[in-house]
Each structure stands twice: as structure tokens, then as C-alpha cells.
Design a protein around this ligand. Sequence first.
Ligand SMILES: Nc1ncnc2c1ncn2[C@@H]1O[C@H](COP(=O)(O)OP(=O)(O)OP(=O)(O)O)[C@@H](O)[C@H]1O
Length: 725
Amino acid sequence: MPMSWADSVSAAENPAGAPAKSAYVPPHLRNRPSTDPLAGPAQVSYAGAAALGNNDHSGYGVPNVVGSHWSGQRNEYQSSYSGGGGGRGGGGWNGRSGGWDRGRDREINPFTDEDNEPVSEQESSAINFDAYEDIPVETSGDNVPPPVNTFADIDLGEAVNENIRRCKYVKPTPVQRHTIPISLAGRDLMACAQTGSGKTAAFCFPIISGIMRGQFPRPPRPRMAFPLALILSPTRELSCQIHDEAKKFSYQTGVKVVVAYGGAPINQQSAVIRSETVVPGSKVGLDNLREGNEAELGQGLVEVGESSNYNINEAREKHEGQKFKHKMGPQAVDESLKILEDLASKFLESFKQWEEKPEISQDRVYATTVNPRRKSIQSAETVKANELRELERGVHILVATPGRLVDLLERARVSLQMIRYLALDEADRMLDMGFEPQIRKIVQQMDMPPPGVRQTMLFSATFPKEIQRLASDFLSNYIFLAVGRVGSSTDLIVQRVEYVQETDKRSHLMDLLHAQRENSVHDKQALTLVFVETKKGADALEHWLCMNGFPATAIHGDRTQQEREYALRSFKTGNTPILVATDVAARGLDIPHVAHVVNFDLPNDIDDYVHRIGRTGRAGKTGLATAFFNENNSSLARSLSDLMQEANQEVPAWLSRFAARSTYGGGKNRRGGARFGARDFRRDSSYNRGATDYYGGGANMSSGYASGGYNNTSYGAACVTSAWD
Ligand SMILES: Nc1ncnc2c1ncn2[C@@H]1O[C@H](COP(=O)(O)OP(=O)(O)OP(=O)(O)O)[C@@H](O)[C@H]1O
């Protein structure tokens, strides 16, 4: 007879009640010391989303959702573990004998990673939860599960609870209080909450907990990954960050998280040799060469040649052992670049052939190409053997950027047919013009179960209506949740706008930085993030700042992955406390101690502004954002002025005059109708006109927030049509 998850816990702890036969053990219960070594593990039944109170997901019983394909799947799921465990090596979802258990033994403790030093008690208590107390919350949709107040109110499982303690999260943030019960109930969700308010944990906790509770079939094919959950995000850095967070939340649970993102090297070691010694951001690399460090090209080459053992031999023979010795003049540098160029084409050649012959060793095969403009080596295409190996070992949660995932799907490295949970972080960005085709391909045109079978969660701080409309294709009878005003910035960020002509921007920035330096003698960790509009602009400003004695680094889409990672690390550690960035760093990145965000160039869209300034003022901490505004930004004046008013910021009179003159621009969501992305687009009268009633015969809007309530706050203040009007 099937047991509930809670029963299985007690059964595992009480061997007397355990079935005699070997049976499936949820990952979080494996490796627990048993009082009776002969007792078999507990048997659990599938208790996925459908069984957790979801009133619209009938799980695999959803009739005719996509025809017989899914009906067949359902039978398979039901039968896979009946009778308990069987099969391979005492269970383990990935079908590898003892795989998860061994993996858990070797699991690196993410809480001791030097990049992720635990937050001190003092720092933790500095998180100002009071800042969130009166935050307006609105939910709409059928039967919205009520929010919880504490983590103890939610049954996430002891292993996750322990990790929450390790993270020093004392209580859930508002978005977590509302979304976790909704997600645990198996409901689809479109959630909008302010930057830095804890959305990552809000989607990770229920996914991890759901996987721990669930019972899933073994993957049908070896050498192909069949993740149960997919988390998509728009940038490599954000995917890595989510991966790091998810690893912490799932530590010692047995749930395995893998990240797949484009452009990183297969082998960090050889990549470091190439990128840091030979040519990172060209400048540093070439300086390295000039200043006497050895460029260990020969060594890198040998590694590649030996492991790929394929077509690279020619290049290897030619260059093996070559080292570029110190004090290289410009001529030697040019010469080295020429050799690198030659190598790059060889690598590319080898890469192409490898693509056709995947049985060839994947170790350390990578392709590079030379970017002549910047005279640097760029990883054009990278085959990441480590990543592939990780995937092959089995994965529960795959965190990926869309491009890389499409690549893996097309090469049949990953199948989405077992996906139970789909989360899109920065969902509005993922569905705007740049990403939409890739997302549609992944979600609708591959083998992912359809809405209603999988559980889908979309998160962002901004949610323009047209994007909501697109997103609804991916959802089934979903709940819309808005925590804080949709698309607004948090009041924790002090926003300043200064009128600065283009030609004065640099000197103005210099003044700001000088003032900051004087004021922050004792605050060495304060970091400044400077946003510019173009990649070229980022390079130029970085260079200019460095020349003027301000240690700066830069991140943008033309930089190699190694350069991007290096820049971010250098910024985070405070080695270069100024980071010049394009919008590639605008979303999601959670960098402690960013005290000041400068919009050197303002973006064209107010949502981008919201995300950019949201790199400061996170998790209840305060921050400062300064924007340089001039005539070129006129189209943003009105939405910027409104946004600032809503966040109780002082709006300069000159900006109000600009705003009065201009119509709405700078924010597609702001045009027409209620502003600030307003609320659930299904509540628009135009939505239901002549259309099927989304709520199945009568909208049931509920304001999910009991205490406070947004009507009691100042958010509907004079002059401002808030999202809640
Ligand atoms: N319950 C909690 N208690 C304390 N800190 C928390 C809690 N939940 C999350 N945090 C911290 O808050 C910070 C911001 O979280 P997160 O990056 O998930 O924000 P976000 O809402 O996704 O922001 P963005 O919109 O910019 O992507 C992180 O440092 C995270 O560790």
C-alpha cells in the first residue's frame, strides 16, 4: 500500500514498519543511519504536484492533454516503483547503481566555499524585514492557497529546513510566504515581486521539496539526461548564481543540480591557462606577455591535443612546448596572436569533426576563434565535457540558459520528457523578442510535457501585459501574484537623477567616485556598478577609469566567458570595486555590498532601469542609485518620474517638466491603460470580452494578504495611479 511522504519518513526511521522488500527511498532519506541494517528502506508512492492538493492538475490523469503520448507516460509512472525499488542497486532515480548515495558522500559543502562565506549572525539580523511588512500583495486565480508566516509552517522536509538554517534565513520573505504554498499545492504561477526580495528561493524550495517527495521512473535511456525540473534564466552569470543557490538549498538532500550555459570552457584549468595567461580581455593578457609572464600556450595545446587526439596533432607538432618568454615586444605579441589564430582554426576544425563523431573523447576538446578587433581569443564554441559528464551522471534540476539548452536538446544530450517543474526566472525577459523563439522551441516544440502535466512557475520583478499574455500560453489555470507594486522599484533604494550632458558624464562620474571614496574610507567593501548602453562604451569607460586611478573592470556580451567570470569575481571580492556593465548584468545578479548603481547611460525601457537599480538595495538592505539624464533620455522622463514618485523618491522639478512634455515611452508596459504593468492581465475587461472565461465561469479574485493590506499603505498616494487602483 502506498504511503505518504511523512509516513515514509517515519517508516524509514522505524525499520519495524518497513516493508521487507527493497523499495524506493526518497533521496533525502538515503544514507540515513538505520537502526537495523537489514531492514529495507521505506516505500513511497508518487506524491507529485497532482497529489498535493492541486485542483486543476490531475497529474497524469489529465485526459487527452496531448493525446496518447502522455497517457502512456502516466501508466509508466504509476508502475515504475510499485513493488518497491527493485532494479538497480537499491534504487536511485537516475538508475545508476548507488549513484546518488555515492554522490552525496562526495558532495562538496557549498556553505564553506570561500566565495560563499556564510553570512554572519550580525549581517543576517541586519536584513530589514520590517521593510517588507506593509508591502502590498495581490493574488488572482482560483482557490489561492493562503500564505504562511514561517518556514516551520511549510513542510519542506528536514534536509531543506537544515539548509535554510545554514543560509541563516530566519523567516520567509513576502514573496516566499505567498509562493511556496502555491507551488507546493502544485499550482501554476506567475509571480511578480521586487528585485532582491528572494524569488530564487521561492521557486527553488518547492521544486527541491517536490523532487524529494516524488517518485519518478528511471530515465529510459543511458547517456542522456532526463531532468525532472528545468530552471531557465537569460544569462550565464545568473544561471550560475541560481545553480549555486540551488546547490545550497539541496545540500544533503540527494537532489542533484547541474548547470548548462554557453561559452564556458570544458576544462577550467586549461581555460585559465589560455585566458588569464595568454589573452584575457586582450589588455591584461598582452600585458602579461609583455611583462614577462610565460604564456603557456604549449602546455594548453598539449592538453588539448592529447585528449582530443584528433586532427589537432598537426598543430600540436608545430607548437608543442612553445612558450612565450618574457619581455615580449609588440612584434612578438603579434606573432603570438598569429599562432593563436592558427590554433584557433585548428581547434574549430577539430570541433566540427567531433560534432560529427561524438564517440571521440570529449575531454577538453574546445574550439576557439580570434576576435581580430580586440585581438583576443574568444571561446566561440565550447564543448563542455565536464558538463556533459555531469549530465550523464544524472540530474534532477537542470539550470540552463536557453541557447545552451537548445544545443543540448538538438544533440540529444538532454530530454525534457520527464520534466515536472518548469521555472522561468526573469520570465518577462525570457519571453521578449530576443528569447521567445528559443523558449517556445524548448517548451512547446521538444518533448516537454504540456501545461497541466508539468507545473510551471514564472518569476520576475517586471511583467508587462503583453508578456503576460504570451506567458499564459505556457500556463494552466495559474495564479497571478504581485508582491509590491508590479514593475516598481523598492523603496529601499534611494534614487537620484542628475541632469548631465553627454560630454560631461565622465567628469561627473569622477566627482561621484571621488566623493564616495572620501566618504567610505571605513567601508572598503562598498561596490559601485556603472551601467552603460554599449559594449564599446563599457570597454572605453573601464579603460578611462583605470587610467584615472579607479580600479575598474567590465562585463559585456563581447567578452569571453572567462573574462566575464573573472570580472565578476574581481568585482565581488572588491579587488576592482567598480564594475562597468551593459544590461548583461542588469538582471538577477545578487552581489553583496553593491552600495551604488550609476546609470551612466539610461536604458530606453523603464523595466530595464528597475532591474538595473535593483542590483543594490537587496534583501532589506538600503542602496543608492544615480542616473545621468539629458535630452537623449526624454522618452523615459515620464515613466521615470512616475516610478520615482511611486517609490516615494524626490523628483527634481526639471524632470517633472520633461515628463509633462513627454508621452509614455520607455516602457512598453506603461503605454495605455493602467501603469506599471498593472496587475494580472486577465483582469482587463478586454481580456474576457468575447473570450473564454479564464476562471471557468466567474473570476475569483482574492487578495491574498491578510495583514496590512495595500489599501492601508501610502501606495495609492496622490498624483499616482498605482497598479492597485
Ligand atoms: N528568507 C530570507 N531571509 C534572508 N535573506 C534571504 C531570504 N530569502 C532570500 N534571501 C537573500 O536575499 C537576496 C536576494 O534574493 P534573490 O537573489 O533571490 O532576489 P530576487 O528577488 O530573485 O532578485 P532579482 O529580481 O534581482 O532577481 C539573496 O542574497 C538571498 O540569499
